[in-house]
Structure formats: C-alpha cells, structure tokens
Write a protein that binds this ligand. Structure first.
Ligand code: SF4
Ligand code: SF3
Length: 561
C-alpha cells in the first residue's frame, strides 16, 4: 500500500478538533465534522500540514538567521498556511501533496544549510521528532500534532492566536506575491513565529510580545498588498456597482485574488461571456484597470454563506480564487472551479501559473458558453471604492463635516459575514445608527448593510466601503490621517468606534494589526473566539479593552454616550 493511501484512509480519520473560526461548534470546537463542512480526514490532514510547515519554519528560520534567504521555503510556508484557512481547501489529495512537498522543501533547506556548514537543530520539532522523515513516520504520530498537543490551555490559546494570525498573513502575502510583490521581513517573520510556537519552554511572557509582533507584520503585509493592488490596477475610486444582470452567459468569480480577476477578464474579453463578482471579489469593481472591460457587468449576490442559492440561480460556472468556498451541492458542483489555495474533492481545479504565463481559463470560459444567462435576483446599484486614496481626495469635506458636527462619529464595521442568525445584529445596528454617523467598512461584513438606503451627509455616503478584508488597512490609514489633521496624540481620541465582525483567520490578522496600531476598545462579534482561553480573553480585555459586542440598543447607547 502506498504512503498516500495509508495516510489518507487509515490514520487520519477519527477524532478531529478545530476551533479556528467563529462558527466553531458549540462555541468551543468542531469534533465530529466542521460546521464549515470540513470532515475529520481533511481536518487532521490540515493539522499534519501545519505540523510539517512548522518543521519547515524551524529550518527556514535557522537559514534566515544565518543570512540565507530561501524564496522557495518562504513560498512553501505561505502556501501551506493559506491552504488551511477556513473554507479554502477541502481536497485531501491536495493537502497530502502539500505535505509531501514539505518534505522536499525540508531536504532542500538542509542542503543549503549544509552548504554553509550550519549545524542542524538536535530535534526538528519539540514534541515529535522527525528522524524518520517519511510519511509512515508522520502517520504514526499524526494524532499528536493537532491543536490539543499543547496541554496548557493558555499557552495553546496564545500559540493558536499567533498561528491563525499567520494564516491570514499568509493569504495576503500570497496575493501580493502573485502580483510580484514580496517583503522579506514578513516572510522571515512567518517562519520565525512558526518556529517559536514549537517551543515547549515558551511562556506567556514571550508569547504576548510575539502576538504583538504578528500584528506588526500584519500591518506590513496589508500595506504590501495595498501597494501591489493599487500599483497594478490603480487606486480604487468611487463606483456605482450594478447588482442586476444582463442577458449573456457569464462567469461568477469569488475570493480575493486580483491577479486571477485580471487574467479572467482579459481571457473572456470578446468571447460573449460576461463576468460578475461574488462576495469578497466585489471590490474589484472599484479598480480603474478592471472597469475598462465592458463585459465586466457588476456584482451578483451577497456574502459567501449565501452562495448555495445564489450559484444555483447564476446558471453559469463559478471560479473560487480563495476562501470562502461552501461544499457545493450536487446540482451545481460541475459548475464550480477552484484555483490557487482553494480546492474541493471532485471539483475542477485550474492550475497555477508557470514560467510567468497566465493561468489558462479556457475550460471555464467554454463551460460558460454552454450555460444560460444568470437569473436576476436583485437590481439597482451599490456604491463603494472608498479606499485611502479616494478618501484623502475627500479629506477636506470629511474634516469639515466633523468640525461642523455634521458627522458626529465613525463606526468601523469591517470584517466578515457568516451564517449565524445573531449577525442580524449588524443590520439592525446600521439601521438604528443616527443619521450623523458614518460606517467605515471592508471585508464581506458589509453585506449586512450595504444595500440599505442609509443616505449621505452632504454628499458623503453613510456607508464607505474601502474594499476587501485586507483593505481594513485603508481604514487604518484614514484613521491615522485624521489623527494627524486633528493634531491628536492618540488614535483613540478620534470619534471612531470599532464594532467588528469576525469569522475566519484573515479577520484575526486584521484584529492583531489594529491592536498593534494601538487601537483600544474594539468590540468583536458575534462571539469571542473559541480559541481564547479565559485567561487570555481576560488579558485582552484588561490590556486592550476588547469586548464582545452586546445587544443593539444597549451598544448604541454605550457607543453614542
Ligand atoms: Fe469548525 Fe470553523 Fe474549524 Fe470549520 S474552520 S472545522 S467550522 S472551527
Ligand atoms: Fe469574508 Fe470569507 Fe472573512 Fe475576506 S470571504 S472577509 S469571511
């Protein structure tokens, strides 16, 4: 029997444990099957992949500390981390492939280290040694490497907080890298932090600063991605996005990867196939370079969790460039395509770029030609494109509105959307906000209120959408600019309230970035992360004033006081 079969079927099934997202079962963790649809095999394989990646991180960190910069190792680390993000990859074969790749990467790093006569660490990993080095060895130990391998719940909590932050960081690093942008500091940090989480002698006193450092590199990676996106596609500008449909066959594109967006638009031009965005791809509509395509129609549907009914109605094929992918129904599974870090068993996957060539989207384009045009589910327009550059152009207007009291408060309501009924809070909250307040948003959280008619304040819309979750960076830039204009010493003196919704690990890096920038009193919802132990949650409350959001009326009263 091959290693692959052994690892997939015999060892990896059985108890899983995952608590990395907001929908963790019973608010504590998924143990039989993920609420997200991830099964025990995929979950345990992801644990194993993280374990292997930590091993690569240890060696890559050693290399970096000895002035060896190994781009292949950095690339492996961010790709592997990204694959394990919630709702990205459900394909066990792909994860096994990545685990195997980890062994090759490990061998290559060791060769580089040997070339410089650098001594290898005695043990490659803290609790599980790696001497066997093959899959059979790992198989035997697979159960030892999950989240619960760390017995102390506070240490586990901080280590996982760092790892989830790294997953978000990795996603953003990959998008930037796809556009030819990277940052050695971010790359080196990912391996260093992974290595640190394998230490058995590490305590709160070292882990807390590491959490803050994760936030620091979170700011850096979002700045890098912002630079990559805006230098490649122009600065987002105020845009009215059509949410209705036309009568041509079409492709729906979801996820966050703008390079995929660019290539898909170029390859569909002149084919008679239209392109619509879904969920987190909506902000692609704000970029000048994409707007020039007349077959780029607008946005279709809402946040990720509504995809089942919306894909059903779309009629044409759907391309997932990243998370959030929901396990597809059989009725439309043959119309789903994944690419990059995303994947699902039995779903067609579009291969990566090779030698600088564009991805080949011809299969999905041919597929679209055979499909009916989308069924219209909404009509009208929504407005967005308020990233930092655009807002700076309106700065005088915004500052005047604050000075005259026309705008009393800003509410940062960035982050993620999700299935939970308790997220109706955000719609109600937005509706009940007084008319002299403005919502600053980014990420798919916006779908809870971006179609409400909330009006404007002297021409400034009351919902300003900066873009994807990573564009929360724009909101931070805007806040820092306001702080400068109003000559304040502390970002927390601004009339800004943070009422953030989270779901997956990109929101974790956004949160850590905000903490690093000194933002205090962030309200987080709909619940606090299951991976925060009581002591760590307490620490965040005391140190940063982080709070779980409450009920709408009580929160409004508190925030407006
Ligand atoms: Fe459960 Fe979330 Fe983990 Fe999925 S990602 S298994 S829903 S905790
Ligand atoms: Fe949404 Fe998945 Fe997080 Fe990028 S698409 S914000 S949840």
């Amino acid at each position: 029997m091959s290693d692959q079969v052994l690892i997939a079927d015999e060892v990896i099934t059985g108890n899983m444990f995952c608590f990395q997202c907001q929908e963790a079962a019973k608010g504590s963790g998924c143990e039989i099957k993920g609420i997200c649809g991830k099964d025990d095999k995929v979950s345990n394989l992801q644990d194993l992949l993280i374990y292997v990646t930590k091993g690569v991180g240890i060696l890559n960190n050693l290399a970096t500390n000895n002035d060896l910069n190994l781009p292949f190792a950095h690339k492996y680390v961010y790709e592997a981390l990204f694959m394990t993000i919630t709702n990205a990859n459900f394909n066990d074969a792909k994860i096994i492939e990545k685990i195997r790749e980890g062994f090759n990467v490990r061998t290559h790093i060791i060769q580089h280290l040997a070339g410089k006569a650098i001594q290898l660490p005695e043990k490659m990993h803290s609790s599980v040694t790696w001497e066997g080095g093959d899959l059979a060895e790992l198989e035997r130990k697979a159960k030892l490497v999950g989240v619960k391998a760390e017995a102390n719940e506070d240490i586990r909590s901080l280590k996982e907080l760092i790892i989830y932050g790294l997953k978000g960081m990795a996603a953003y690093a990959e998008h930037a890298a796809n556009l030819g942008y990277d940052n050695n500091g971010v790359m080196a940090f990912m391996s260093k932090a992974l290595a640190e989480t394998t230490r058995t002698d590490i305590g709160m006193n070292e882990l807390v600063p590491l959490v803050m450092e994760t936030g620091k590199y979170g700011v850096e990676v979002m700045a890098l991605l912002d630079k990559a996106n805006t230098e490649s596609y122009g600065n987002p500008e105020i845009t009215e996005v059509n949410i209705g449909t036309r009568n041509n066959p079409a492709i729906l594109i979801s996820g966050h990867d703008l390079k995929d967006m660019e290539e898909l638009l170029a390859q569909t031009e002149g084919t008679g196939v239209d392109v619509y965005t879904h969920s987190e791809m909506l902000p692609a509509n704000y970029y000048p370079k994409f707007k020039k395509y007349s077959h780029f129609v607008g946005n279709y549907g809402n946040a990720w969790w509504k995809q089942k009914e919306e894909i059903e109605a779309f009629n044409g094929p759907v391309l997932f460039t990243t998370n959030c992918l929901v396990p597809p129904s059989d009725s439309y599974k043959d119309r789903v395509y994944t690419t990059g870090a995303s994947g699902f068993n039995g779903v067609k996957h579009i291969a990566d770029r090779e030698n600088g060539q564009a991805k080949d989207f011809s299969a999905i384009i041919d597929h679209a030609k055979k499909c009916a045009a989308p069924t219209q589910i909404e009509e009208g327009k929504i407005i967005g494109g308020f990233a930092h550059n655009q807002v700076m152009q309106l700065a005088d207007k915004v500052v005047d509105a604050v000075k005259t009291g026309a705008i009393k408060k800003f509410f940062v309501m960035a982050g993620c959307d999700g299935r939970m009924k308790s997220r109706e809070y955000y719609t109600e909250f937005a509706e009940k906000l007084p008319t002299d307040t403005v919502i600053l948003t980014a990420g798919c959280a916006k779908y809870r209120y971006n179609k409400l008619q909330l009006g404007d304040i002297g021409g400034i819309p009351r919902v300003l959408d900066a873009g994807q979750c990573n564009d929360s960076y724009s909101l931070a830039v805007i806040a820092l600019k306001l702080k400068e204009v109003f000559e304040l010493n502390d970002i927390n003196e601004l009339p800004i309230v943070y009422n953030i919704a989270w779901y997956e690990q990109k929101a974790v890096i956004v949160l850590l970035a905000l903490l690093y920038l000194g933002v205090k009193n962030i309200h987080l919802g709909p619940t606090l992360p299951a991976f925060l132990s009581p002591a760590v949650a307490n620490f965040l409350v005391n140190e940063f004033g982080i709070n779980v959001r409450g009920e709408v009326d009580a929160d409004l009263k508190k925030f407006l006081a």
